[in-house]
Design a protein around this ligand. Structure first.
Ligand SMILES: O=C(O)CCC(=O)C(=O)O
Length: 284
């Protein structure tokens, strides 16, 4: 039940393949000026909420493009929620959308988003790691707690970050994200098998998680080291979010964990090589 203006595959493909209007592109690329407090909050806690990353017509346009991409990717999946795997009941996941659809490429390479990632991590340049839409269906289960960097073969996980942009609002009962503050600083590395067999890490037992409900157009950024998850969606509306993941230009491929070494963004790389593939362009 995507709340989508386009009615069918052809309309979706039309917008996905049409040229993004200049005033929309301007919105995707206009630099967002962060305050020192926001940067310090991110550095300390490993996540931060940023208001109005997109708004007005630019948000509406981006939403229609992203919904169209999800529609095209998922139109043949007729399974009910109950028929899906436990992992798939947490969200409909559509990755690497920018390489299939030009209008998605304009969003994913937007310097407004990449600039925020760069400035929060306080580095010179960021590369794209990958993009993914994460739509939690009505009735969708919680997203199990995990640490993103444990799935990524990147040598410097402290310089990885995810922008999680809410397209239609994510109050607590509609799958809001939560974070464990300061777990980015704790030297914990724990692989949670969210795909098949999730567990609650013992180290988080006495820590408090913080839910961050968002309005549409607001975003959070979280470090690849920060433990996080999301609540269930107990509403009858799809929770629509777009994520773009960035890493520091100059980071190297770490193939030591076989579970992650085949990541598409590192195709054809050897261990310790600079990550600079066709999937990982410099964004800003
Ligand atoms: O969207 C969700 O439910 C989870 C998102 C998440 O874990 C992530 O973006 O790293």
């Amino acid at each position: 039940m995507i709340n989508i203006k386009v009615k069918n595959r052809q309309q979706a493909l039309d917008i996905l393949n049409s040229k993004t209007p200049d005033y929309i592109l301007k919105g995707y690329n206009e630099i967002y000026k962060l305050s020192d407090e926001q940067k310090e909050f991110y550095q300390k806690n490993g996540y931060v909420e940023i208001k109005k990353v997109l708004e007005g017509e630019v948000l509406e346009y981006a939403k229609e493009v992203i919904e169209s991409a999800v529609l095209v990717r998922k139109e043949n999946d007729k399974r009910t929620l109950a028929e899906k795997s436990q992992y798939e009941q947490s969200f409909m996941q559509c990755g690497f959308l920018c390489f299939d659809f030009p209008a998605m490429m304009d969003i994913v390479t937007g310097k407004r988003f990449g600039g925020l990632a760069r400035d929060l991590m306080n580095i010179k340049h960021v590369r794209l790691w990958h993009d993914q839409a994460l739509f939690k269906e009505p009735g969708g289960r919680q997203t199990d707690v995990h640490q993103d960097s444990s799935y990524w073969p990147i040598k410097e996980p402290e310089f990885t970050t995810t922008m999680w942009l809410s397209l239609n609002g994510s109050p607590v009962n509609k799958g809001a994200l939560y974070f464990y503050p300061e777990t980015n600083k704790k030297d914990i590395k724990e692989y949670v098998d969210i795909f098949k067999n999730p567990h609650q890490p013992e180290v988080l037992k006495n820590m408090k998680k913080v839910f961050v409900p968002l309005e549409e157009g607001d975003a959070t950024f979280h470090s690849g080291l920060t433990f996080h998850g999301a609540g269930e969606n107990s509403t009858d509306e799809m929770r629509e979010a777009m994520t773009i993941i960035y890493f520091k230009d100059g980071s190297k491929f770490d193939a030591s964990d076989a579970r992650n070494a085949t990541h598409k963004s590192c195709t054809n790389l050897k261990s310790d090589e600079l990550i600079n593939t066709k999937y990982t362009p410099i964004i800003i």
